[in-house]
Structures are given as structure tokens and as C-alpha cells.
Write a protein that binds this ligand. Structure first.
Ligand code: NAP
Length: 292
């Protein structure tokens, strides 16, 4: 067991929130690969499918008092904020800091410094959580990611039932990131104090338009796919069946913005992990089964 300069024991347990999610699942498996003790906090322990070796405990970020019992012996926490009211965050952080020294927060690249109000509601909640963490007294690292490539799993229903993806903004150009790469950076930040106070911009290694992403999925599943651009007004009502209006409009605005100005590329994944970030094409191959 080693104790680093902040007194953080590298053998202390790491608590992973969102452990059943796209990113958290890889945080768990990559920590296990490093033989680091991992505890996953989940809402329904009876129904989770996580690897052997992870300790599974019940806790709910929406009920901060449930977290207390999950934290004994925890040194660092991987924190996601799955769209819950930010008013819950101070109580969550109060619980975390009773045990943990460090929090690694999965934030968004669209967060801008020094703004009282962010441009979109999703960005606004990430900025609010970041500010609360900064004021919490915990050590922290913020992973400000571009879009997760897993967002495009939303096209899977269309690719499974045909060869056309009907979606707006074919030319929206993004640097979507593989969830594995986000997890790999998170693991570095969770297990070392070298990343304390860092706000990392993390992206995939290439810019691809949405039409090019669909083409890459077609190549991964061995069947050509066609992108049929539809108007945002056509997709909006469908999105509203799953998301609140402010979030839907925020997403549509963001895609419109990526037509005018592509998302930037950052090399931080490779700098931090020593391994180049995965391309979207590699991601599509990893997820070919989801799309076929
Ligand atoms: N998608 C993007 O492009 C993007 C961009 C920037 C930041 N992010 C952030 O990344 C986070 C993680 O994304 P992801 O795709 O890995 O997650 P995901 O696959 O959407 O899964 C959400 C996770 O949050 C957990 N969860 C939901 N409500 C909870 C609650 N009340 N208490 C405890 N856990 C709860 C779920 O656990 P159970 O349902 O199993 O309990 C699940 O593990 C998002 O929440 C978002 O804030 C995403």
C-alpha cells in the first residue's frame, strides 16, 4: 500500500457512481484490471450485471442519506450527475466528504468558465455541479467531455430495421469520444493525485459529420447505410416523448452549432493514458452488434 503526498492511500476503495452506465461500467472493469478495490453504488443491486470482484451496494444520488453507508473506506469517488436537480448536490457532496478525499466528475466540454448562466440547460447543470465541488473542500478532477459516441446508439432502431437513418443536421461535425477512453482517464485521475485541480477537455481523435458517422456504422455492420436529412421540426416531437423541452432544444441548438463550427479535437486522452483515443470507426466496430 502506498501513501501519496496528499495522504491518499492508493489501496483505498474507489466508489463508482453510474457503474451500470456506459462510462461507469468501464471505470469498474479497468479498476478491477489494476487490482484496485472497487465498490459500485447502484439503485437496484438485485438486477445489475457487473463483473465479479466489484462490491455492489445500494445507494441513490437522489436520496443523499443513502450514500453514507456506501462510503466506509472509500478514498476517491467517480461521480456522474444523471440529470438530477442540482439542489441535491450539496447534500451528496457532504456525504462524500465524510470519507473520500477526491472526486472525479464527469462533466461537459461545453461548460464555459466564469459565466453566471451557461448557454444550454445541460451545460448549466454541469457548471453548477463543478462549482459546488470546487467549494466542497474535496480534491477534484473534472473530465469535460465532448459527446459520448454512445449517444449515436439512438440510431440503432433505424439501422436494425432498415438501411436509412433519418435524422437532422447531416453536416454536424463532432469529435465523439469512446466511453472506454473517458473511463481510462477517469481511472488515472482516481488513482493518482497528479490530476487534482485539472479540468481536462476530452474528445475523440477525429472530426466526423453525422453523415460520416452513419457511414462508419454501415462499414462496421457490413451493410451500406444512407443518411436522410430531415428537418429538426420533424424530429423534435419524437425527442419530446423522452426528454424535457429545454433539453431537446438545447440538443438541437448544439447540433446546428456543430454545422457552423465543428467540435474541437483535444489530445488529452493520449497525453494522460499514453494510448491514442479510439476513433469513431473503432467505436462502431465495438458496437456493431447493437446496430445489426
Ligand atoms: N452523453 C453525453 O454525451 C454526455 C456528455 C457530457 C457528460 N455526460 C455525463 O455522463 C454521465 C454518464 O453517462 P453514461 O452514458 O455513462 O450514463 P448512462 O449510460 O446514461 O447511465 C446512467 C447511470 O446513472 C445511474 N443513475 C441514474 N440515476 C441515478 C440515481 N438517482 N442515483 C444513482 N445513480 C443513478 C444509472 O444507474 P442505475 O439506473 O443502474 O441505478 C446509470 O448507471 C451522464 O449522466 C452525463 O451527466 C454525458
Amino acid at each position: 500500500m502506498s501513501i501519496n503526498e496528499n495522504g491518499f492511500s492508493e489501496r483505498k476503495t474507489i466508489l463508482v457512481t453510474g457503474a451500470t452506465g456506459n462510462v461507469g461500467r468501464y471505470v469498474v472493469s479497468q479498476l478491477l484490471d489494476m487490482a484496485v478495490p472497487v465498490r459500485a453504488v447502484v439503485r437496484n443491486p438485485g438486477s445489475v450485471d457487473l463483473p465479479d470482484g466489484v462490491e455492489i451496494v445500494r445507494g441513490d444520488l437522489a436520496e443523499p442519506s443513502t450514500l453514507g453507508e456506501t462510503l466506509a473506506g472509500v478514498g476517491a469517488v467517480f461521480l456522474v450527475w444523471p440529470g438530477l436537480p442540482t439542489s441535491l448536490a450539496p447534500a451528496v457532496l457532504d456525504e462524500l466528504k465524510k470519507y473520500a478525499q477526491r472526486v472525479v466528475y464527469l462533466s461537459s466540454m461545453s461548460t464555459r468558465e466564469g459565466r453566471a448562466q451557461q448557454a444550454e440547460p445541460i451545460t448549466d447543470f454541469h457548471a453548477t455541479i463543478e462549482k459546488l465541488i470546487e467549494g466542497s473542500g474535496l480534491n477534484w478532477t473534472f473530465l469535460r467531455i465532448s459527446g459520448l459516441a454512445t449517444n449515436t446508439l439512438g440510431w440503432a432502431q433505424q439501422t436494425r430495421s432498415g438501411d436509412v437513418v433519418r435524422w437532422p443536421y447531416a453536416a454536424a461535425a463532432r469529435t465523439l469520444i469512446h466511453e472506454k477512453d473517458v473511463a481510462a482517464v477517469a481511472v488515472q485521475a482516481l488513482t493518482s493525485d497528479r490530476h487534482n485541480g485539472a479540468k481536462y477537455i476530452l474528445t475523440g481523435p477525429q472530426v466526423l459529420t453525422q453523415a460520416e458517422q452513419v457511414q462508419a456504422i454501415g462499414e462496421a455492420i457490413g451493410r451500406p447505410l444512407r443518411y436522410e436529412e430531415i428537418s429538426p421540426e420533424v424530429i423534435r416531437p419524437k425527442m419530446l416523448t423522452q426528454l424535457p423541452p429545454a433539453m431537446v432544444d438545447g440538443m438541437l441548438n448544439a447540433w446546428a452549432g456543430f454545422v457552423r463550427e465543428p467540435e474541437p479535437i483535444s489530445s488529452k486522452v493520449e497525453e494522460i493514458t499514453g494510448t491514442p483515443a479510439h476513433t469513431y470507426k473503432e467505436w462502431a466496430i465495438d458496437h456493431a452488434r447493437d446496430f445489426s
